[in-house]
Design a protein around this ligand. Structure first.
Ligand code: ANZ
Ligand code: ZN
Length: 830
């Protein structure tokens, strides 16, 4: 008997697929296209179980859709720029390019060994010159459109990464790579004007029905739209105004002091020359190092310092002190607030601590607040008091009325504020896409002319531990002529955030070798948008938001003609073991390599798809992983067991009604399995239940006994068995492509199982068996009904009561009891 030798089989089919270019696709207008995409990996050097899961999910969908007749784009590439390459290079005295390229070789080989159906001819790496050249081109187009600008800003700085980080790249008190040494610095940074698109990005959150609600909520919160009012508070000496943003202009009469963010330019200038100067400076320096998330945390102690200056409350005309405090952030609103301690809890705590004055301006309907007895801010609705002409007005109404009044006076207006910031894309590192700008003393920042692209990232570079940006130590790179005036100038040495690279790679897959522009119109028009995107929830905000932004920018540049890149999004759960995320630091990593060695690629894929629905976390179990392997062996043996009987035989049956019961039952299972698996795969991705249904069919085949040779039922039975076996192989093919190809060939087919059209089920055959049920009234048989064998007790009962003959017996009598004996009888007691 032939053994299931997965090593041999998997190699054999991978070679054949490659020879036949099985997964190569081309624009073909005669076919409907589908674009199935998994988030591309960072070439860290190894494939982990999270990757295997992500790509197995995508592969099942892609293969299933191919069999359904779609022209499916299913590409793979590498998010190849980034810090780890640089850090590894410094550590191993290697070069980031070499490190990255060899990791890519390594990982590509693993992905091929897992048998994923990628069109490798479309492979791209973001560190390819051809790729980053067109990204520089896009940068320049955006620059022309005013979507790129440079600004001096205080940036988050990670000492370990030795670079600045976008706000989005900070999680809690760590950088997105997990380092804790986060501080702040002031640097000139290039920014993308994402905020220009804030409204559209928000609005379209409601036009993405194929995205998980959770992700859309995260995106909405990140954009953080809030309606409010901006108000000018003049300084007491009349020299200047401080602009604040508030969502509660109804509380304006209660603003008894003001607070500036420590980073606010006026924090320092106001105190200059006052006795408070030193205290303010010390405070600003100290708080500057405090983590933003910590600063705004409710639990954090609010602290501040008086600037020594006063402003005028524009409605009460009173002088109010101006403070600087940790809980006000420069990044939000205007970086300055009016503080209303009676109606804002943070302000209340601050006022208590520093003994600042309070004034109630909103009274609740039931009790009467007094500043002497308040123990917390009153933040609910009520009626205005101590508010001049607005006294007696409901506060909700006053929000609008006071805003109107301020607008009339020219000292305020309704404003919409977004939490979303412009995207700082400058990185002071080597291994990234050079920003195509030249700095000239006379001409300022001058874009590199299009014909000079790409600005090549020099590969001939010494990696010492000089620190800072290695590019600035390469004179040949830095010293250039100004493209405008020809004088000696300096090349920009910042490189782009790698999130720029991943913001458009999915479009480039449509035309990865194109060199007339970033995107070839016809190809992109055909392939985009991505019908199904699959990736980790950790990208719910950054990567997806930036990609959406890029799509809209490219649309406005006339390069693409759609608004959103990803129709459907599936965020897969984590792979966990012993209740925790698989990770080196927990020492619970199961290495895909060793799994593949022990059980093969098919069994590894099967387990990972079987163990949990894609969105849920997957609890790794060695026994269950082995179980998948055992199942494949069982399938293998089954085929070889029945091979002599079914070889060369036809499949299917023509006259369903006259079949022997056992044959009918097998056919019913086959066709209901086809139905169930198709429904589970199509848009629902219930891979685990699909697989377990197929497993039941395999069990049924083991239990099925062929009538002996010469018996008159023999032929239909053989046909039904062959049909069941072939169906099983086709249905399993998207999950376990190698063993199914092999068994398909064993059954005598000469073409790939992936050239098979997906199975259609025969409705008649799939129909559940009908059984006869006896219906009694008070113990006497009064009728018989036929009903589907899988009908529930409740359905049987309803049917029995609705039977015409039975109705005649029970009409008008109160029902006492109805007893259902499953599959046999119903007894109605009246
Ligand atoms: C006065 C006031 C009175 C406020 C009151 C609230 C309640 P959202 O909803 O998130 O937009 N604020 C404004 N800019 C700030 C900054 N840079 N740092 C910290 N806090 C800031 O919140 C808007 C409210 O947050 C604003 O309304 C302001 O406090 C505060 F009874 O102004 B409010
Ligand atoms: Zn110049």
């Amino acid at each position: 008997e032939q053994q299931y030798n997965f090593t041999e089989i998997e190699k054999k089919w991978q070679q054949r697929w490659e020879e036949r270019k099985q997964y190569k696709v081309e624009v073909d207008h005669s076919k409907k296209k589908l674009y199935i995409l998994e988030m591309f990996p960072y070439p860290s050097g190894r494939i982990h179980m999270g990757h295997v899961r992500n790509y197995s999910i995508g592969d099942v969908i892609a293969r299933f859709k191919v069999m359904q007749g779609y022209n499916v784009l299913h590409p793979m590439g590498w998010d190849a720029f980034g810090l780890p390459a640089e850090n590894a290079a410094i550590k191993n005295k290697s070069h980031p390019a070499r490190w990255t390229r060899s990791n890519i070789e390594n990982m590509r080989e693993r992905l091929q060994r897992l048998g994923f159906s990628y069109d490798w001819d479309r492979e791209l790496a973001t560190c390819d010159q051809l790729y980053y050249k067109w990204e520089q081109w896009l940068f320049l187009k955006m620059y022309e459109k005013g979507l790129v600008y440079k600004k001096k800003s205080i940036v988050n700085w990670c000492d370990e990464c030795n670079t600045s980080l976008a706000n989005e790249q900070i999680e809690g008190d760590k950088c997105w790579r997990g380092h804790t040494s986060i501080g702040q610095r002031e640097l000139e940074q290039w920014h993308f004007r994402v905020t220009d698109y804030a409204e559209e990005l928000l609005e379209f959150c409601d036009k993405l029905p194929g995205w998980p609600e959770r992700v859309l909520t995260m995106q909405k919160n990140w954009i953080g739209k809030s309606y409010g009012t901006s108000v000018l508070f003049p300084l007491a000496d009349g020299s200047e105004n401080i602009e604040i943003f508030t969502t509660r202009p109804d509380t304006l009469y209660g603003a008894t002091f003001m607070v500036l963010a420590p980073e606010h330019p006026m924090a320092r200038s106001l105190s200059a020359g006052t006795p408070q100067e030193k205290a303010v400076l010390d405070f600003v320096n100290r708080i500057g190092l405090q983590e933003k998330a910590v600063r705004t945390d409710e639990a954090t102690e609010k602290e501040g310092v008086f600037t020594g200056k006063y402003a005028i409350n524009p409605l009460t005309q009173e002088q109010i002190p101006i403070w600087v405090a940790n809980f006000v952030l420069m990044e939000y609103g205007t970086g300055a607030i009016m503080a209303v301690p009676t109606h804002d809890q943070r302000d209340f705590e601050f006022a208590q601590k520093y003994q600042l004055p309070l004034r109630v301006v909103i009274q609740p309907p039931d009790t009467k607040l007094s500043v002497d007895t308040m123990t917390q801010a009153y933040i609910e609705d009520g009626v205005l008091v101590n508010s001049g002409r607005f006294d007696g007005m409901k506060n909700r109404e006053a929000i609008q009325k006071i805003t109107e009044y301020l607008a009339d006076q020219g000292i305020g207006k309704a404003t919409i504020n977004y939490r979303l910031r412009d995207w700082g894309i400058s990185r002071q590192r080597y291994w990234g896409n050079p920003i195509p700008i030249i700095h000239c003393d006379d001409c300022g920042s001058v874009p590199v002319p299009y014909e000079d692209l790409p600005v090549i990232l020099p590969e001939d570079i010494e990696f010492s531990a000089v620190g800072g940006n290695p590019l600035s130590h390469i004179p040949e790179f830095v010293n250039v002529r100004c493209p405008r005036c020809g004088k000696a100038a300096r090349r920009e040495t910042d490189t782009m955030d790698t999130f720029v690279d991943s913001s458009w790679y999915y479009m480039r897959y449509a035309c990865p070798h194109y060199d007339e522009g970033p995107l070839e119109k016809e190809a992109v028009q055909y392939w985009m948008t991505v019908n199904q995107y699959i990736g980790g929830i950790e990208h719910a905000i950054l990567h997806l938001l930036y990609s959406r932004f890029f799509t809209k920018v490219l649309r406005d540049l006339g390069i693409v003609d759609f608004d959103e890149p990803f129709d459907n999004l599936l965020t897969q759960g984590m792979v966990i073991k012993d209740g925790r995320k698989m990770s080196k630091s927990f020492g619970n990593v199961v290495d895909p390599d060793s799994q593949m060695e022990k059980f093969g690629a098919d069994a590894t894929r099967l387990f990972i798809l079987f163990a949990a629905p894609p969105e849920k976390d997957l609890d790794w179990s060695d026994q269950a992983a082995e179980g998948s392997f055992r199942f494949l062996n069982r399938l293998w043996r089954l085929v070889y067991n029945v091979l002599p009987d079914i070889q060369g035989q036809k499949t299917g049956t023509v006259e369903q009604p006259t079949l022997p019961t056992a044959v009918k039952n097998l056919r019913r299972m086959t066709h209901s399995t086809i139905q169930k698996v198709t429904e589970d795969l199509d848009g629902r991705f219930h891979f685990n239940t699909a697989i377990s249904t197929i497993m039941e069919l395999v069990n049924a085949m083991y239990a099925f006994e062929l009538p002996h040779e010469g018996s008159e039922d023999r032929e239909v039975a053989v046909r039904a068995l062959r049909e069941a076996i072939e169906s099983t192989i086709v249905l399993l093919a998207p999950f376990v492509p190698h063993i199914t190809e092999e068994l398909w060939e064993t059954l005598g087919h000469t073409s790939s199982v992936f050239n098979e059209p997906w199975l259609q089920y025969d409705q008649e055959a799939a129909k559940a068996e009908e059984i006869l049920i006896v219906v009694q009234v008070n113990g006497k048989v009064r009728s018989r009904i036929t009903i589907s064998a899988d009908a529930s007790d409740d359905v049987i009962k309803q049917q029995a009561l609705a039977d015409e003959r039975i109705k005649a017996y029970i009409e008008g009598k109160p029902l006492r009891k109805v007893v259902v004996v499953p599959k046999k009888l119903v007894n109605i007691v009246v």
